[in-house]
Design a protein around this ligand. Sequence first.
Ligand code: GLY
Length: 335
Amino acid sequence: MAPPHWWTAGFWPGQLWLLYQDTKDEAIRNIAEECERHLDQVITDFIHLDHDIGFMWTLTSVARYKLLGKEDSRRRALLAANLLMGRFNVNGNYIRAWNPWFEGDENTGYAIIDCAMNLSLLFWASEQTGDPRYKAVAMRHADVILAHFIEEDGSVHHIVHFDPETGERRAFLGGQGYAADSAWSRGTAWALYGLTLCFDYTKEARYLQAAKKVAHFFIAHLPDDFVPHWDFRIPDDVTPYRDSSAGAIAGSGLMLLAEKVSQTESGIYAKAGNAILKSLYENYGAWDNEKEDGLILAGTSHYPEQKGIDVPLIYGDYFFVEGIARLRGKSEFFW
Ligand code: GLY
């Protein structure tokens, strides 16, 4: 079982809030609130938290504040935003990703593409407080994504290693992808969705342009059933497991992107998002297996470390449910 500070802690309550939005079922609300309260111990002992504080408190506290206007949730989410701000490296304009994974690990210069999704907590905090600093930090990090993570062809690096003193780029690292110059599909999905959110909050065209470029790369590399392999560039002798979670994230992100572009362009993204979500439902659902807790099969968490391969993943489930809500015409989400 994952420890309470693990980055995935928000996805179950996030699914419950999506359900509550539709059903107003108080039993569902009670469980989601209990999950949020459990996280209080983690934010007090914040030493284990990393940049994924955005995922964790957006889908718990921001969600509850948006739905119910509860002041204690607003305070928790602002505290989380402050902790995320504290990870900003002013020398390189990036938000530091992780803490040392083991004794002697030195990763103060690491930024990762997943953080694109954590920026909305900062944009939200600026809107809430009227203080532009959160938004400024989010935009500086987003600009680093444009400058260093996204290649000309729309493929995306997982980890970029900067010199934490000078801010200069040192290297690209493969991370959860196959290699430094491959194209990890979930990272591509984080970029697609996260940059669309950056555009939504700022209305800066450069973020929309980048989101579209990444979306084109993602769509162009989908296999026949529209559910991506775990990396878009792997050699023939590496097993091309699917990563259904990358499909679910991109499926929901593409539906949002379709709302943000002109009517002429919209169809491309809506059609692709629809096709991915439809295929997840028809070909990857665990509907017939009562013993299975997950909803969507065939996720790949971390192929290079051989962890969580060909399994349901809680974040895949969350984004599948969110994507279906978008298909059903819902427009209020928590990011
Ligand atoms: N944010 C971690 C992952 O996508 O696996």
